[in-house]
Design a protein around this ligand. Structure first.
Ligand code: SF4
Length: 236
């Protein structure tokens, strides 16, 4: 089994679907897809549903999502016949202790993301050898030099970013080619969609993630950890 990341990255280059097939073949062990059911998520969800529909799909319901996201999640799960959708969320006791009035995102967004996203995901990923994410280099910031395959040295898990090299045009072309439903907020200018209090629309030509935590020195939720540390580089 080739576990050397440089070998894997050289072998698959920018071929998203072949890299995904390899990752879902068992060659990397037990793999889950982590999906936000956001603006671009349908691409990877559709690919995974075609290649290996039994793949566990982890969806983090932070309890702060747009109702449109929850409805879209249900629509896609049914349309794509996802067989192992796992809705995960924050621990209720921790939520009651640390964010009882759901305002932590205003005072301490990093702590809020840790409570509502990072910790639940870390727990849900226990037992997996790796996970697939929809991150892309075009999203800038810490993602600008993203590789197809990465490793979290703290957990030892492999992270697969099949769409690392994809751009807006490729995403749109794939959605059109397969006649897939779009997230309803995309038509309202939301290019990247997370929790409702921390997400807004973007203007034409803006960075797709400019609407996330707008006005704050924060560009990542903390889920994406490299070498045991959270990446906090500001988007360019
Ligand atoms: S995106 Fe905002 S509301 Fe959602 S977990 Fe992070 S800080 Fe909290």
């Amino acid at each position: 089994m080739p576990r050397d990341l440089a070998t894997l990255n050289a072998r698959f280059g920018q071929d998203a679907e072949t890299a995904l097939r390899f990752s879902l073949s068992g060659a990397l062990g037990e793999i889950a897809l982590v999906s936000s059911f956001g603006a671009d998520s349908v691409v990877l969800l559709h690919m995974v549903a075609q290649i290996a529909p039994q793949t566990p799909v982890l969806f983090i319901d932070t309890l702060m999502l747009f109702p449109e996201t929850l409805a879209y999640q249900r629509t896609l799960a049914e349309k794509l016949a996802l067989r192992d959708l796992r809705v995960i969320g924050p621990d209720r006791e921790a939520l009651f202790a640390d964010d009882p009035d759901a305002t932590l995102h205003r005072a301490a967004p990093d702590a809020c993301c840790d409570l509502r996203k990072t910790r639940p995901l870390a727990q849900a990923l226990q037992g997996f050898d790796g996970w697939i994410s929809g991150r892309k280099r075009m999203q800038g910031g810490a993602r600008a030099d993203l590789d197809l395959f990465e490793r979290d040295t703290a957990s030892g898990q492999t992270k697969v970013n099949p769409l690392a090299s994809w751009d807006v045009r490729q995403i749109a072309a794939y959605i059109d080619r397969h006649d897939l439903p779009r997230h309803p907020l995309v038509a309202k200018g939301y290019a990247s969609i997370g929790c409702a209090p921390c997400t807004g629309p973007v203007a034409a030509g803006e960075d797709p993630r400019a609407g996330r935590w707008r006005g704050q020195d924060k560009t990542e939720c903390g889920i994406h950890i490299q070498d045991g540390r959270v990446i906090r580089r500001k988007a360019s």
